[in-house]
Design a protein around this ligand. Sequence first.
Ligand code: C2E
Ligand code: MG
Ligand code: MG
Length: 723
Amino acid sequence: MTSVLLSAAIAVYSVIAVAANLAGPREPLLLLWLAAPLSTVIPAVIATRIVLTPRFPRPTRRFWAHLAGCAALCGVAAVMNIVDAIGGEEPTQVLSPWTVAVYGVAVLVLLVGMFRLPLDASGRGDRLRVALDGGTVLLAATVFMWQFVSAPMLEASGYHATQLIAVGFTLVLELVTVFAIVKVAIAGRAYVAAPALRLFAIGLIIGVLSGVVQGLTVDRPHLSTAQFVIPIVMICATAAAEAQLRATPAPPRRSTASQRSYSVLPYLAIAGVDAVLICVAWPHADLRVVLCAAVALAAMVVSRQITTMRENAELVDRLDHSSTHDPLTGLPNRALFNERLAAAIAHGPAAVALIDLDDFKTVNDTLGHGAGDLLLVSVAQRLSESVRPQDTVARLGGDEFVVLLVGVGADEASRTAQRMIGALAAPVLAGGHELLARASIGLADNHDGGDAGEMLRQADIAMYAAKHGGGSDVQCYTPGMAGAVAHTAALGAELEDAIADGRMVLEYQPIVELDGTLIGAEALVRWQHPERGTLPPAEFVPVAERTGAIVPLGEWVLRTACTELGPLTPVAISVNVSARELSSPGFAERVTRVLEETGVPPHRLTLEITESAAGTVAPLSELRRRGVRIALDDFGTGTSSLTLLHALPLDRVKLDSSFLHGAAGVLALAAASGLEVVAERVETAAQATRLAELGCHAAQGFHFAPPMPASAITALAAPSLSR
Ligand code: C2E
Ligand code: MG
Ligand code: MG
């Protein structure tokens, strides 16, 4: 801003100096000339700053490099001009050919800069449109200049050959300038900030029209228009450069067809030529009717064309929209996202958040695609609501979404991602089901200079890291992440193969009354690994919980246990359920379906949950209403609080034997709440006796029986187990 004020001050000084010299020259004449070269320094410096600002795209920086060059050359030419003007005996307005040449080169540098601005025209049709628009304006300008400049000049000089060449030359030069202005007006928007473009145009127009005040200098050899026109034009250049520097380069949005098709310039040109026509022909009374008809016709054809263009533009916009947007959610698709991401990176800092829903597949598989679609639509809506208008939320396909955060670093991106997790947390009502949309989010930014592909790859790795951490989490990409993710992912994938290839087996551990009577069996999963032998659940269940493989694994365990022990087994079946399974969409429905398909009555199934499931009560209550029994596992090993026994819909609590000292309290509370207590991991007769004294009715542990194959359980089931 101060630079604009400085430029203005220099210009004001130059005007005052010229005014003071109107009556006659005042010594020293150098003071009169000082402003011109000085004024060129400021825009040259500011334009150079734009050139050195990496956040501007290349074409922008190139354009301003030309402007800086032009200003600098003007400065040099102005100094040479001073030497020509006051270096001799008498002040003169005659310029040396060298000075004229340097002024010429300055103008040329500017014109070339304008021509080099890339056209925002992508196809042949686009280029034709720009050519026709430009042609219309040029033709109109030619008519004007011919009518008001060239023809009068030629008439006055009596059509001399030399005069003819001079007129032709000026005409061509001015037309080139007009063409450059038209080009900037049509093409400039993409790369030069709009306010800068306007100021730039004003400067050009002042420069072109400066001939008008030429009269002032007639008979005053010490004066020259350069003394004040240069400083005035330079205010515009300074202000334009400042406006460009201030502009935050928002990534250029793909312009819609309706924005692309209109340029008012050609219509103004037609109106202008019509005006000339009226001026010239009106005095001829016999032509007036034809004249009015011609002008009216032109107006009608133009209106007709504008209407058609508007309709076409709407149609093209609709087609454009469907080729760049996802039909289900209405969000931009991958193609449009990539385009915006590339543009954003070219303009400066940007971050991407890759969002993948946890366990979405089970929604589709369990509740059907209708429910899945509803969930996706509401996720799209919530994500869009948690970002700023300049950000882009897109759907990459399936349950994968991505958000482009413009001009944002890692910290802010991370806060936005947390906000998104929060926005998704509220349950979604889809087809009569309350669904929880949990999501894993991976973040990456371009601070290390990565391109669009690299950013998406990094966000993908971070997203998997978030998923492997158990989901519903945000992770920012770090270079070491890929290895860890690959390891967990490999184990997770191996695990899913193992389920499919039948390498998972179940053992059953009897649950007995303290007198030894068999009342149930707990299914415990083992992995018969081809290289590492039989693996206990501690080796792979945590990984499965992290990768989500626990969901298919759990369903396999449930189905296998219900099939192997069968509907007729007198023993109740206990199956362990992880928190991750419980919160996976459609869990209650899946359990119900397995029970129906295997014919096991619901009251024969007990689901063992741990306190980490306390957050997901709804599916438990649902299943319990259908008759399934719920047990709280491992009570006494964690932070187990007695309040849990009230908070959860329970039928049974499994008490760890290491917690025997607190057993009396639990047993009393359980009795009061109508809960059954099963003591776990009972290893010695002493423990069994103590439990009996405390009034515990059932137990499980090596003291009674170890985990065993299904056949052994069915054999035991007929006579009751006695020890
Ligand atoms: P849990 O549900 O508490 O299962 C009891 C664990 O205690 C079993 O270990 C069992 O072999 C062991 N155990 C039985 N009697 C005794 C004893 O007298 N002393 C001692 N020290 N241990 C005894 P396992 O089979 O290694 O299973 C460990 C845990 O893995 C289970 O603990 C359960 O939380 C989980 N798990 C097992 N199968 C599944 C499954 O299908 N799904 C899920 N989500 N988790 C499972
Ligand atoms: Mg258990
Ligand atoms: Mg247990």
